[in-house]
Design a protein around this ligand. Sequence first.
Ligand code: SF4
Ligand code: F3S
Ligand code: FES
Length: 247
Amino acid sequence: MSYQAKFRVWRGDDGDGELVDYTIEVNEGEVVLDIIHRLQATQAPDLAVRWNCKAGKCGSCSAEINGMPRLLCMTRMSTFTEDETITVTPVRTFPVIRDLVTDVSFNYEKAREIPSFDPGDTKPGEFRMMQQDVERSQEFRKCIECFLCNNVCHVIRDHEENKPEFAGPRFLMRIAELEMHPADAADRRRIAQDDHGLGFCNITKCCTEVCPEHIKITDNALIPMKERVAGQRYDPLVWLGSKLGIV
Ligand code: SF4
Ligand code: F3S
Ligand code: FES
């Protein structure tokens, strides 16, 4: 069954822009990305949108739908009533290039700042992982790098000035993954706190709420990482050891 839906889509570039109204056909089973493609095909051939897989796996099509950070390709039109106006805007935390496409290079810069896996003296084949350690890593590895979590986190969403100091939940999760990896020899607690802004996170859990992979970012990565940092800082023996250079 088809119907005509009311869409408002943000059109513009890094200088200026506005919401533009469209009325457009919707068919049964379609997702918001289908409608954006139909707009391109029929009414707005120059409408810019980033997408790739249309299967919720490439993380390209992040946007805000009625103010909620979501993947365009995984948001079914049946989520909305037929008389509802659906507003599609670019993710707010990153600068607009054009229309729905933003410059997400902030995230790649943050990714590069994280020291990679450090095997220490362990040789390949010498280490066996417990199943629970495998499962922990696997949860974090489900990340499709859509950056919706970084987009929604108030620490940088409302405070551009925090960007240099804060890596965002996606990359604090990456640090936690490495810190909790039993074969990683590096101590990541200081860099999490001092270089990547773990202390900015006040556990609002908005990141977890929007994650399309349903990763428990806050409970399974950020809170355990905060506990490790607190343990290091406030344990008097650890403190003394760090002063003597043996911890
Ligand atoms: Fe996207 Fe979730 Fe990965 Fe964040 S943790 S980038 S929300 S998949
Ligand atoms: Fe931000 Fe997530 Fe912490 S939204 S404040 S990183 S719990
Ligand atoms: Fe790949 Fe939406 S197009 S996640």
